[in-house]
Design a protein around this ligand. Structure first.
Ligand SMILES: [Zn+2]
Length: 84
């Protein structure tokens, strides 16, 4: 639970390992989303707009379904460090 809270705080502060932040600290050359390639990968794109996470967003909005597995999957995506 602490890890999830930490990731949420990082998302709110925009200090998370998304390409918009990584470009700002000169760790990547391009801020484009590596998953969909459409926009800058910032917090708003990651949480609200990226078409690649549409299913996870849809799952979180469905009443009566357990969101726990999808929440973990969604947060786990933020831990992907393979592109550093
Ligand atoms: Zn995207």
């Amino acid at each position: 639970m602490r890890l999830v809270a930490s990731r949420i705080a990082q998302l709110r502060l925009m200090h998370i390992l998304l390409n918009a932040y990584l470009k700002r600290i000169w760790r990547v050359d391009n801020a484009r989303c590596p998953v969909c390639g459409e926009d800058e990968e910032n917090t708003k794109h990651f949480l609200l707009r990226c078409p690649s996470y549409a299913h996870e967003r849809w799952t979180l909005t469905q009443p009566g379904r357990s969101a726990k597995p999808s929440c973990y999957k969604y947060c786990w995506a933020t831990l992907n460090l393979s592109y550093l």
